[in-house]
Design a protein around this ligand. Structure first.
Ligand SMILES: C[S@@+](CC[C@H](N)C(=O)[O-])C[C@H]1O[C@@H](n2cnc3c(N)ncnc32)[C@H](O)[C@@H]1O
Length: 264
């Protein structure tokens, strides 16, 4: 499964929902309650996970525009949203930030997106948000931490190699990877936004074994490409980690961070 595959997005959605920092979701909801016409623009929306997670928290009259460059993911988002007239969908490549439809948008939302993006992209987006007076809710950006129990002696080194791969170009220039939230926080604070951040780690255990297994399988390609260990060492480590998933008390923490930046 790739990072944008709809089955992977479906697998991670319950863990994402459980992980979101509740204080920041409440802060977003309070901000929108003060708006006459609350409107959210969800960028890199995938199949609409952010919409489904936030809908029960934000004011009922909130309108949504969901945007992605993948028409198949957008079609799935639309299918799952049904015929709610408050929700619109648009194919748009975020490379074209000048044409980002920010008219009337109270807050731009995004989940699991900015760790794919570059510092340059975040600076350009921060400029546009400041010009238009839009807030930003950026959730579930990987922060570089993966911690397992039981441990394996190579866990930390494998995590370091994976984090190096997280900084390679994912279509937006050199990716921020684990630095995404800190970068956004700096860019937005320097433009006068009030910024709050919080932790939103996945806490994987026996109930989320399928997600844990897919996460591990997805590490193979970047770890082999890193070339720091022979393929057999990577495979032995993965075999240990996959076997350990079903052991009593086994767990994995994958660190993420959420951010809420509000104008003024
Ligand atoms: C990791 S997925 C997250 C999807 C969704 N936000 C979620 O939390 O389930 C990243 C999303 O960004 C979208 N994306 C990647 N590059 C993009 C671009 N240049 N323009 C618009 N969307 C993009 C992908 O198609 C994918 O839906």
């Amino acid at each position: 499964m790739s990072g944008f595959d709809k089955d992977w997005l479906a697998l991670r959605e319950p863990a994402d929902r459980a992980a979101r920092d509740e204080r920041l979701v409440e802060g977003l909801a309070c901000y929108l309650e003060k708006m006459e016409r609350p409107r959210l623009l969800d960028i890199g929306c995938g199949t609409g996970s952010t919409l489904r997670s936030l809908s029960e928290h934000v004011p009922e009259e909130t309108s949504w525009l969901l945007l992605d460059n993948d028409p198949l993911l957008l079609a799935e988002a639309s299918r799952r949203a049904g015929t709610d007239r408050r929700i619109e969908f648009r194919v748009h490549d975020l490379a074209d930030l000048d044409a980002l439809p920010l008219d009337g948008v109270s807050v731009v939302t995004a989940s699991a997106l900015f760790d794919l993006c570059s510092e340059r992209f975040c600076a350009a987006l921060a400029d546009r948000l400041a010009e238009e007076g839009c807030g930003l809710y950026a959730a579930l950006n990987y922060d570089g931490v993966m911690r397992w129990s039981p441990q394996h002696p190579l866990d930390d080194r494998m995590t370091d190699f994976f984090n190096r791969h997280q900084r390679t170009d994912k279509g937006f220039g050199p990716a921020l990877g684990p630095d995404a939230t800190a970068c956004l926080a700096g860019q937005l604070t320097s433009r006068g936004f009030t910024v709050a951040t919080g932790e939103s780690p996945w806490q994987l255990d026996g109930r989320t074994a399928a997600l844990h297994a897919e996460l591990l399988k997805g590490l193979r390609e970047p770890l082999v490409a890193a070339g720091d260990f022979p393929e057999t060492t990577v495979d032995e480590w993965l075999e240990f980690r996959l076997d350990a998933i079903s052991r009593p008390g086994a767990s994995c923490l994958v660190g993420h961070r959420d951010l809420l930046a509000l104008p003024g």
